[in-house]
Design a protein around this ligand. Sequence first.
Ligand SMILES: [Fe+2]
Length: 245
Amino acid sequence: MKIAIISDIHSNLEALQTALKIIEKSGVEKIYSCGDIVGYGPDPESCALEIIKKGINSVKGNHDAGVSGDSIIFNFNSYAREAILYTKRVISYGVEQFLKSLPYNIIEEQFTIFHGSLIPKEPFEYILTEDLVMENFSYLTTPIGFYGHTHVPCLCELDKNNNLKIIDFKQKKKVFLERSSKYLINVGSVGQPRDGDPKGSFLIFDDNEYSVTLNRFNYDIETVYKKIIEKKLPTFLGERLFSGF
Ligand SMILES: [Fe+2]
């Protein structure tokens, strides 16, 4: 079975719709989201409704928590805070309640879906060091953990001898996994990539051949930029989409 994992849509409807079109054509049976459906972008309501309509299983990101009252918005930088205040103004009560209801983790037989970190008291920690990778592996109860939050794709393998390998996922589009290893795999961001490549990112996991494929796609950034300006969101939030940083 093929499973798609998307993350960090960030109210970017054009990117989400493009990703979903590619996913539909790829023979995917189930879609999961690693959170941050909203925040930064101009279309939080439509993005959330698309997730609900397509029956996509999502966890809660820090921006989803920020708009639905679970997280203190002073923890965000000024651009993120402005976008959270905008999002709170434009979303319906139903979408707010949906975001509030999202779990922090989804645990399936083969994989766990989470946003930032598996450390119980720090769900929105950024996994940026090898120590944090190892700490997160210690909480992983399934063979694979899929996550987002940094907006940078990354594949970490802990083999049966406890050796950690960090694989450059930007270059390698398809990776065959070892059944004797454990993995933490960052699927990148659909709506605001930050690895220097403005293309959106998502992942397809094939549990038969036991592989993961990172998909990068072009979408209509110009339209999203125009909407960001129209909605009076910070211009920087539109500009960064062109550079992918
Ligand atoms: Fe995010």
